[in-house]
Design a protein around this ligand. Sequence first.
Ligand SMILES: [Zn+2]
Length: 71
Amino acid sequence: MGKMLKCRDVGVDCDFEMHGKSEEEILQKAAEHAKGCHQGVQITPELIAKIKGAIKSEGSSCCGGDPTCSK
Ligand SMILES: [Zn+2]
């Protein structure tokens, strides 16, 4: 199960989406993206908290969590 974050969900007017396997991966990608794309944005503890709150799980279930599903 992966994680995803939309820049827009953190209050930035940007359609960029980050995908990763964990919160840490998303945070790392968000920091890199902000550096390149949102110069002037500081990665503060407050922003990190906001990002963590905006991270969503993706592909949580293809078949309602059926354990017999091979995916
Ligand atoms: Zn962005």
